[in-house]
Design a protein around this ligand. Sequence first.
Ligand code: CMX
Length: 135
Amino acid sequence: MIKKIEHIGIAVKNLNHSNELFKKLFGASHYKIETVESEGVGTSFFMLGETKIELLEATHPESAIAKFIDKKGEGIHHIAYEVDDIYAEMERLKLEGFDVLNKEPKMGADNKLIFFLHPKSTNGVLVELCQERKD
Ligand code: CMX
């Protein structure tokens, strides 16, 4: 079951610059910075009440974020939904006909198991499904 929006991911060219920009916007600093080499991203997280915003910067030119910015410019990159059972959701969404981009859930930022749905199968919005890793 999908429970709620866990975070909104925003692609940025320069994480340090955008951390300062969003600090001014939100009146609060990011609470975490994390690099996820397997995804080719540097990330920072801001918490606004119960809403989490993730900024993502590419760590190399082949990163999904570099490709996204080259093509579309900076902006909303994905919406992440929290699920209660990520393995069951993966099977359910496959059966529903969505284009699931990963064979298995994998480790993402912020101690989450994640997988993605291709934006072509979700009205043009890249969807991330995530669940807190328990062990
Ligand atoms: N949102 C909406 N559309 C997107 C998109 C995004 N984030 N990224 C790519 N697209 C669109 C492209 O504009 C292109 O559209 P057109 O065909 O109309 O020109 C199309 O998708 C391209 O699709 P593709 O050729 O299959 O593949 P790409 O090489 O562009 O890769 C995607 C796109 C989504 C499959 C790839 O980025 C991916 O696997 N993403 C999941 C992993 C990821 O994004 N990791 C970084 C974040 C990690 C984190 O959150 O920690």
